[in-house]
Design a protein around this ligand. Structure first.
Ligand code: XMP
Ligand code: MG
Length: 184
């Protein structure tokens, strides 16, 4: 079934189709599977809300014993001129569970823009005494990095465009779209 884009959502074009996403998510999972020992536990840390859809698809292809936990971070602020922009002000809206200590963590992000969120999260996890940290992001905007952050597993490098769908939002909406659109 094809889901029609809401008529009110204008000035967008498809960047990544549902099929392209699904194929790449499968490949990413294979990359992750082959870089971890299959007999060690992995804890997938889903960064809410943007990574929810991507992570749900990704974890179903992982083959090691996998736990799932979440953290609710807010790093984007509304900008009256051009929609949304990255913010220096990262808020933790939920606490990390104490049980995260000594775990092998795979951070799953929707998108790395400036890299500030990832840097913040890595510092937070380090404070919590985790055993290892790796990072996986569906989308990466290399030209926008401010922090010297290189996510280990990257779905797609993209340019400096605002994207929505497949978990990513525009003012809280459109996370449910099965594909990724860019604002034009
Ligand atoms: P930083 O700059 O900290 O930003 O790397 C990462 C977070 O910013 C959000 N983000 C976006 N959200 N469309 C979105 O819906 C975008 O194009 C976009 N760029 C950044 C996202 O929540 C990410 O976790
Ligand atoms: Mg967002």
């Amino acid at each position: 079934m094809k889901i029609k884009v809401n008529d009110k959502l204008r000035n967008t074009q498809e960047l990544l189709s549902a099929e392209v996403l699904s194929n790449r998510v499968y490949e990413l999972a294979q990359e992750i599977n082959s870089s971890y020992p299959q007999d060690e536990n992995l804890t997938v840390l889903i960064v809410l809300h943007g990574s929810l859809i991507f992570a749900a698809d990704l974890v179903r292809h992982l083959t090691m014993p996998t736990e799932i936990t979440t953290i609710d971070l807010k790093s984007y602020i509304s900008d009256s001129s051009n929609g949304m922009k990255s913010s220096n002000n990262i808020k933790v809206l939920s606490k990390l569970p104490e049980t995260i200590r000594d775990k092998n963590i795979l951070i799953v992000e929707d998108i790395v823009d400036t890299g500030r969120t990832l840097k913040f999260l890595i510092a937070l996890l380090t404070e919590h005494g985790v055993k290892s940290i790796n990072t996986c992001t569906l989308l990466n905007k290399p030209s926008e990095h401010i922090e010297p952050i290189a996510p280990k597993f990257v779905g797609f490098d993209i340019g400096n465009v605002f994207v929505l769908g497949y978990g990513l939002d525009l003012n809280g909406k459109y996370r449910n779209l099965p594909h990724i659109l860019e604002l034009i």
